[in-house]
Design a protein around this ligand. Structure first.
Ligand code: DPP
Ligand code: ZN
Length: 862
């Protein structure tokens, strides 16, 4: 498949001011008639023809200015129509089969309803169209279909008219007054009911809000509706953004490749990010729903009103919108814990990407299949990059920058460069060198060392941006680092400072310290970098107990454990060092358990050991390789040691939090701590853990508690494991989202037979390769199982390769998402590495691989 380059961007030769679509809807056969008003684009080179993108369909008829034409031709999947350089009306009829659309792009059938997913290039599977984000058009849509099957007919914008004919055909006309690119088109037809509400905007516009679901799901939509209201209010208050239609529809569908989609006025959501009640959703589910509802709502400005010129600019809308949803969630859920969670996600998903074969800048230079670039880099690192601008200029000037950006580019298809320029002008800051964050891939490494003499301390900083595929010898970036220096005698610091490291090396002097101070660096995770420093264990123990920046406190605890486990996994710990490390970690953990000033939500975070994925990244630093088996052993060993040494305080705290009533003050934190305690007990005293977990499961009056207990039981070889798994299945049978959890808990478990369990679950009658949520619930969880996926025989790798091959013809976009788990092979010890690589080669050799999977496999082997 051809490679597409950013540098090759050219504006489209035609404008399409208006598009009229007519749908005769049927699950197996839908007829689409599209009427495009086109005129030559004065900004582009004239062309004697128009190229319309297609994918899979055949034209039934083509008319230009009302006359049937036969002079069209097909180039690959595109339709080419000769056209003189003046205004025309093009009419094209096509027929598609939504029920055969298992890739879930374009118009497809799900559970008896019809829905669409057009981003990035799905619209071309509905009809021939210039399917690119810089072609903006005003859409009018008419649709009709059997009224009993499709009583509800929805599209973007406003409903103009609707009715039912005498012979039972329902119809509706919709009009969206806002020009939009085709990727924001949406249509839904089905038997749905709505939880409805209203929101009055800051200028008094009354907006009707609807959350559309199947009848049986209606009772689980209040949280989504409330989240939408909060998002609308917050975006007015914090970014000055007001909603611009009288109607906001959200539809939940159970077959969906992504989390959700921000189509203008008609968001389509994965049920996972809509449905929640206390019995079936965890606290984390509630938070995720609030965050994704906000994300899609915020796209109305950062994405829809200002869209992307081309797909290389994806981070323009995604990075910015992720930052916006993160800031919103910080305000709703608490800043400290949310920041820690966001960094944890970045480290789990983006850091490995940035140090592997699929590394790319947040604004990529080329792609074969754009679906492969909906990545943690474009989204999460993209958000971090904009957050750094905000950190450097402060909230007020950041707001001036975003105001100018929205003002300047409203109604346009913009670029990342436009955003940065608006920030420079609006926030009055020079971002020339900062732009490197858009072009250079790789996680910068910053080495920090303190040199003390007299009363002066020199903080010496050194940065290096590692080589990534296609990029070497990089330039120094602008790295904003928040630091504080703690006085060793008073245990206090005299204020946080923002240092800007913008050269390869730079020193900063601090005076007034009799003794070398204790350095707290990258506070709040002010820059998405890894900090490397030689720091005394005792200093980390101090910071873990005392740092007044919550993130830095968490980080100190992580650093303490990472340092110890990485050395242990590299087998470079002497016995004395091992003991000293264990003592320090136990001492820090004891302080965290005992700290009465700490709230439990934060305590729960501090108790979490670094993930094996993150540890693996750290062990495999600088070209070394990692043995996942050893990392697992060492991490579990440390958990067991802490569980044993802190048995009493852990029991005490468990008793306390177990008595916090659900819905009571501090319940969320209590639930988090409770399950954290169980994971330590499970490692040190499985029998007691099984007892406690079984009781927690039985007494649970909410899903957080029940899932936590079952998670712990899943890892144990104990009869209660089977009992509770069976109970859970029976209790929630028929509720797809909860059964997804049931699959996931088993696939992620630390049980020695987890691999066998996964193989058996793949044969379970409830398993289904066509439903992305179900596929992910089993296999994505398994690919993230640090132990079972990496069994020495290589069977885990084979399982994932087999899945990729089986799924690729059904749903290439989802299949390709599994490739990165095998693509890590270069970081792994030689035996496993070879097994992983050969699975990738086996995939590459398969006949008829999709563009999605081919690209990821080829890059992973390069
Ligand atoms: N729907 C996806 C998102 O919101 C892609 N735009 O991120
Ligand atoms: Zn998005």
């Amino acid at each position: 498949p051809a490679i597409i380059y950013r540098k090759d961007y050219r504006p489209f030769a035609w404008l399409v001011p208006e598009t009229k679509l007519d749908f005769e809807l049927g699950l197996d056969s839908t007829k689409v008639t599209a009427i495009l008003s086109v005129e030559p684009n004065p900004q582009a080179e004239a062309s004697g023809r128009i190229r319309l993108n297609g994918d899979g369909q055949a034209p039934l008829s083509v008319k230009v200015d009302g006359e049937a034409v036969n002079s069209w031709s097909v180039d690959g999947e595109d339709l080419i129509i000769p056209l003189s350089a003046e205004s025309h009306e093009i009419e094209i009829a096509t027929q598609i089969d939504p029920s055969a659309n298992t890739q879930l792009e374009g118009l497809y059938a799900s559970n008896g309803m019809l829905c669409t997913q057009c981003e990035a290039e799905g619209f071309r599977r509905i009809t021939y169209f210039p399917d690119r984000p810089d072609v903006l058009s005003i859409f009018s849509v008419s649709m009709r279909g059997p009224a009993d099957q499709f009583p509800v007919l929805l599209c973007n914008g406003n409903e103009v008219a609707r009715g039912t004919t005498d012979d039972g055909i329902g119809w509706a006309d919709w009009h969206d007054p806002w020009p939009k690119p085709s990727y924001l088109f949406a249509l839904v037809a089905g038997n749905l009911v709505a939880n409805s509400g209203t929101f009055t905007t800051m200028n008094g516009r009354e907006v009707t809000l609807n959350i559309w679901v199947r009848q049986e799901d209606l009772s689980r939509t209040d949280h989504a509706l409330e989240s939408l209201r909060k998002s609308m209010k917050w975006d007015e208050e914090v970014f000055g953004r007001e909603y611009d239609l009288d109607l906001y529809n959200i539809v939940a569908v159970s077959d969906f490749n992504m989390g959700a989609m921000e189509n203008k006025g008609l968001n389509v959501f994965n049920t996972k990010y809509v449905l929640a009640d206390e019995d079936t959703a965890t606290d984390a589910d509630y938070d995720a729903i609030e965050g994704v509802i906000a994300h899609e709502y915020f796209h109305n400005w950062s994405g829809n009103r200002v869209t992307c010129r081309d797909w290389f600019q994806l981070s323009l809308k995604e990075g910015f919108t992720v930052l916006r949803d993160q800031l919103f969630s910080q305000d709703m859920q608490g800043e400290a814990v949310k920041r820690i969670e966001d960094v944890r996600i970045l480290r789990a998903a983006q850091f490995p990407e940035d140090s592997g074969p699929l590394a790319h800048p947040i604004r990529p230079d080329s792609y074969r299949e754009i679906s492969n670039f909906y990545t943690a880099t474009v989204y999460n690192k993209g958000a971090e990059v904009i957050r750094m601008i905000r950190t450097m200029v402060g909230e007020a000037r950041f707001r001036q920058g975003t105001d100018l950006y929205f003002d300047r580019h409203d109604g346009e298809a913009a670029t990342c460069e436009d955003f940065v320029k608006a920030m420079e002008d609006g926030a009055e800051v020079d971002l020339s060198q900062f732009r490197l964050w858009y072009s250079q891939a790789g996680t910068p490494k910053v080495e920090a060392s303190l040199l003390h003499s007299g009363d002066t301390t020199l903080l010496a900083l050194k940065q290096e941006v590692p080589d990534t595929p296609g990029q070497s010898r990089k330039q120094p970036m602008v790295v904003p680092l928040k630091v504080a220096l703690f006085d060793r005698d008073t245990g206090k610091h005299s204020g946080e400072q923002l240092l800007i490291l913008d050269e390869a090396q730079k020193g900063f002097n601090f005076t007034g310290f009799d003794k070398p101070p204790i350095l707290s660096i990258n506070r709040g995770f002010s820059a998405p970098v890894t900090i490397q420093r030689d720091v005394p264990r005792d200093d980390l123990v101090f910071l873990a107990a005392n740092d007044d920046d919550s993130f830095a406190r968490y980080e100190a605890m992580q650093e303490l454990v990472v340092g110890h486990l990485v050395a242990a996994a590299r087998d470079s710990l002497s016995d004395t060092e091992r003991t000293a490390g264990e003592d320090a970690i136990a001492q820090a953990m004891r302080a965290i358990l005992a700290d009465e000033a700490l709230d439990d939500a934060m305590r729960g975070e501090l108790m979490m050991l670094p993930s094996q994925t993150y540890l693996l990244e750290q062990v495999a630093r600088d070209g070394a390789t990692a043995d996942p088996g050893t990392i697992h052993e060492q991490r579990e060993g440390l958990k067991a040691l802490l569980g044993a040494r802190l048995a009493q305080p852990l029991r005490d705290i468990y008793e306390r939090v177990a008595n916090v009533p659900f819905n009571g003050e501090g319940a969320r934190g209590a639930l988090k701590v409770k399950t954290q305690v169980l994971t330590y007990v499970a490692a040190s005293d499985p029998e007691t853990a099984a007892e406690l977990a079984a009781r927690q499961y039985d007494q649970a009056d909410n899903m957080t508690d029940r899932q936590g207990a079952l998670m712990v039981l899943c890892g144990l070889d104990h009869p209660e494991r089977t009992h509770k798994l069976l109970d859970f299945y029976t209790r929630y049978r028929g509720n797809a989202l909860v059964i997804d959890k049931w699959f996931t808990l088993q696939a992620l478990s630390l049980h020695p037979d987890a691999l066998e369990h996964v193989k058996a679950l793949a044969e379970h009658p409830d398993f289904n390769l066509k439903n992305p949520n179900r596929v992910r619930s089993l296999y994505m969880a398994f690919a993230g199982n640090p132990y079972a996926f990496h069994v020495e025989s290589g069977e885990g790798y084979r399982l994932i390769a087999d899945l990729i091959l089986a799924l690729d013809p059904i749903n290439p976009q989802t299949a390709a998402r599994f490739v990165p788990s095998l693509g890590k092979w270069r970081k792994i010890e030689p035996n496993r590495s070879e097994l992983m690589r050969s699975e990738l080669e086996r995939i590459r050799e398969a006949a008829k691989l999709s563009r999605d999977t081919y690209e990821q496999v080829a890059r992973s082997l390069d």
